[in-house]
Design a protein around this ligand. Structure first.
Ligand SMILES: [Fe+2]
Ligand SMILES: [Fe+2]
Length: 317
């Protein structure tokens, strides 16, 4: 019986029919999606922290407006994604609890500090740029609510990428010191951005099944290569140098070759020992506690509405 259901399920996916919340799905598909979508949601909200720090220090009103809008967009991305995870039966409080207790992962890139204004440029250009690579493929993910959330998210991410690039372009056309700031920022963010695509394909534990289920459509290495190929020409326009002596165009492959990632650093940050892991979780917990009154008020309001509805129904009857 279950085998037949599984066959029908896979046939649907093969035929590019979306899976919807009330459809039958294998438990492992549901669990994999809850894990992936919630990790993604956590990344969006933790991702607000390094940039949120710079809102008060933005160098002009125009920059401040753009940065506020970007950080708010990330909060919205978190909301869409937590909602998508809830359609699979997950409870938002449980998901947040997993984040706060360190059980759930989020993108390690946000465990690096944003130390200069140029980092607002580099994060938009590289971090949002890498996120787009990953997320464009997710707009075609087999699970309907996830795919639809990603369509909207991708539109906003491309604004983020452009506003970041424009910050760097302005710095690179400015004084020598400003250009150095941009270079320093690229030096610090380049390798962590490449790490965002995850371990090499040979080391990646979840990939094969996720590809068959069309939760993922391109491998980590494919996406990383596409990111490098797209980003190198952009660095050339900026006139700053990517910090990789092994980076060069490979005529035969039609792609850029690049150096080996420091995987020891990658795993160290994943395991919680990056420069800002503890601070990020502390800040998230504090924000959650400070927001308790908003959640309580929303619940009280919903209850009041229910009571009013019930009372007016009773009157009609
Ligand atoms: Fe986002
Ligand atoms: Fe973004």
């Amino acid at each position: 019986m279950i085998e037949k259901l599984e066959q029908q399920f896979q046939a649907k996916i093969d035929a590019e029919v979306k899976i919807e919340p009330k459809d039958w799905m294998p438990e492992k598909y549901r669990k994999t999606l809850i894990r992936q979508i919630s990790q993604h949601a956590h990344s969006e909200v933790v991702g607000m922290l390094p940039e949120g720090n710079w809102i008060t220090r933005a160098p002009s009103l125009r920059r401040k407006i753009a940065l506020v809008a970007k950080v708010q967009d990330e909060a919205g991305h978190g909301l869409y994604l937590y909602s998508a995870a809830e359609t699979l039966g997950a409870e938002r409080d449980d998901l947040l609890d997993q984040l706060h207790t360190g059980k759930a992962k989020y993108s390690s890139i946000f465990n690096y500090p944003a130390t200069t204004w140029a980092d607002m440029g580099a994060i938009g250009w590289l971090v949002d740029g890498a996120a787009i690579m990953n997320q464009v493929m997710l707009t075609r993910a087999s699970y309907g609510p996830y795919a639809r959330a990603m369509v909207r998210i991708c539109k906003e991410e491309s604004f983020h990428q452009r506003q970041g690039y424009e910050i760097l372009l302005t710095l690179c056309r400015g004084t020598e010191i400003q250009k150095q700031m941009a270079q320093d920022s690229l030096n610090r963010w380049w390798w962590p951005s490449l790490m965002m695509f995850g371990p090499n394909d040979a080391e990646s534990t979840h990939s094969a099944q996720s590809m068959a289920w069309k939760i993922k459509r391109k491998s980590n290495d494919e996406l990383r290569q596409a990111f490098v190929d797209a980003t190198v020409p952009q660095a050339k326009i900026l006139g700053i140098t990517i910090p990789d002596p092994d980076l060069k165009w490979n005529e035969e492959r039609g792609h850029y070759d690049f150096g080996e990632i420091d995987w020891a650093e990658f795993w160290n940050v994943v395991k919680g020992n990056g420069p800002c892991n503890r601070q990020r979780i502390e800040d998230r917990k504090k924000a959650y506690e400070k927001g308790a009154w908003v959640r309580d008020a929303a619940v009280a309001y919903a209850e009041k509405r229910e009571q009013r509805k019930a009372a007016s129904k009773a009157k009609v009857a």
